[in-house]
Design a protein around this ligand. Structure first.
Ligand SMILES: NC(=O)c1ccc[n+]([C@@H]2O[C@H](COP(=O)([O-])OP(=O)(O)OC[C@H]3O[C@@H](n4cnc5c(N)ncnc54)[C@H](O)[C@@H]3O)[C@@H](O)[C@H]2O)c1
Length: 278
């Protein structure tokens, strides 16, 4: 323990299950947690991807295992959590979206997106709670999205589900508090791996999107993984029920800044008022 009461490795010996860990952000979270001494259980519906991700972590010396899990299927969720040998951290990260307007969406399509993003958080939380109650350092981290509060037309179920995750996180935070289980969520902005961002920069028109991001880049999966580490570890021991926005300040901007490129340029060059530049 150091003078702040923290272990040298932030998650040494703790057991985490991360859903959607065959994907970009979930994979980065599993890797970041493992780098802090965490025992990681990676779960995903895509068997090959999740098994490959767990194998990569084992190769670098981590205690990692893969579970093939459909987070929308109650029986499978119940069975997988029943097989776990203890749990300290649950990361509800699995999710997906389908672009379709309200008018064009069927109930089946609505349910598919709602279930993958929101029912999944309810189910995994329900079956994780009995295990987390036995932990001395329990934490839940849910993955919402900036789309919970900033809309892109054509994502009705996704926006509703991600908004629901923020409310469900707050419910969990209050219900879990009796057992010292903290629950928080993260709302990433557009998050793409560094290599892919590099490729996209070369595409015509992409610089316009990028220009709307005050830090001049989109989020990396590692940015979200660092936020998840904060919320899962003792660094956030008195943080409960929050929605941590990880978007580089993108969603703070006034509409005037978004529609007027000359304003965005001024902000970026550090000339904040409408004075002539020197
Ligand atoms: N990448 C972004 O720009 C961004 C922005 C905001 C929020 N998010 C959220 O972050 C999370 C991770 O996104 P990502 O960018 O890594 O996407 P991704 O597609 O790379 O990873 C998502 C993973 O979830 C898994 N999954 C989907 N349905 C599942 C199910 N029913 N059961 C089990 N696993 C299932 C997928 O197989 C996939 O591996 C998602 O919840 C997403 O909504 C992403």
């Amino acid at each position: 323990m150091d003078e702040w009461g923290l272990e040298a490795l932030l998650l040494a010996g703790r057991k985490a299950l991360i859903t959607g860990a065959g994907g970009k952000i979930g994979g980065a979270i599993a890797e970041r947690f493992a780098s802090e001494g965490c025992i990681v259980r990676l779960a995903d519906i895509r068997a090959a991807d999740v098994e490959a991700a767990a194998a990569r972590l084992r190769q670098s010396g981590s205690d990692a295992d893969a579970y093939v899990l459909d987070v929308t299927d109650e029986e499978t969720v119940r069975r997988v959590f029943g097989e776990l040998d203890g749990l300290d951290i649950l990361v509800n990260n699995a999710g997906m979206s389908r672009g379709r307007s309200i008018q064009a969406s069927t109930v089946e399509q609505w349910n598919e997106v709602m279930n993958a993003n929101l029912l999944s958080v309810f189910l995994c939380t329900k079956y994780a709670l009995p295990l987390l109650k036995h932990s001395t350092v329990p934490a839940i981290v849910n993955m919402s999205s900036i789309n919970a509060s900033r809309m892109n037309p054509g994502l009705p179920a996704y926006a509703a589900a991600k908004s629901g995750i923020i409310a469900l996180t707050q419910q969990t935070a209050l219900e879990g508090a009796a057992y010292r289980i903290r629950a928080n969520c993260i709302s990433p902005g557009l998050t793409i791996g560094a290599e892919r961002q590099q490729e996209l920069r070369a595409k015509p028109g992409f610089d316009i999107d990028l220009d709307c991001y005050p830090l001049g880049r989109l989020g990396y999966p590692e940015d979200v993984a660092n936020a998840a580490l904060f919320l899962a570890s003792d660094l956030s021991s008195f943080v409960n029920g929050i929605n941590l926005v990880v978007d580089g300040g993108m969603s703070l901007q006034a509409v005037s800044g978004l529609v007027r490129p000359e304003l965005r340029r001024r902000w970026k060059t550090g000339v904040y008022r409408l004075e002539p530049e020197e």
